[in-house]
Unconditional design. Structure first.
Length: 136
């Protein structure tokens, strides 16, 4: 019981949790990214353009973050670097696109933002492709 309630870190559990967090957050984000990718491939480029880059460029950037970066996070390759576009995308969604919306409209993006910031801070963990390639 003291092991469960104690304050000592358990490296195995921490690394397993990072694996669960990475895979689940990345997979959940793919459910948002794949429809955007299909929309882009169909030529329907209507999308929010908060920075004035143009709807097509904004959509391409969102697809890159939500599809490519999510896959990198799921497998744990370049994990910290892959979180940056997702953190930016979620921050833009929360504070710019849905900035004046009620909390319920931005709640999911805030949860994703927190999950990806956590992965940025702690890295991919032991059970990641990056650790396997490095041999650490």
């Amino acid at each position: 019981m003291s092991r469960l309630l104690g304050n000592r870190a358990n490296e195995v559990i921490e690394n397993l949790w990072l694996l669960v967090l990475r895979v689940s957050a990345g997979t959940f984000m793919l459910t948002h990214g794949i429809p955007k990718l299909l929309k882009l491939l169909e030529g329907n480029t209507g999308f929010a353009d908060p920075f004035g880059f143009g709807e097509t460029i904004s959509l391409i950037l969102a697809v890159f973050a939500e599809v490519i970066c999510s896959v990198l996070i799921i497998v744990g390759a370049g994990t910290r670097l892959a979180t940056l576009p997702l953190i930016i995308t979620m921050a833009v969604a929360v504070f710019m696109v849905h900035g004046s919306d009620p909390f319920q409209r931005k709640e999911l993006a805030l949860l994703y933002l927190l999950a990806f910031i956590t992965v940025l801070v702690f890295g991919g963990g032991k059970y990641s492709l990056g650790k396997y390639i490095k041999g650490n």
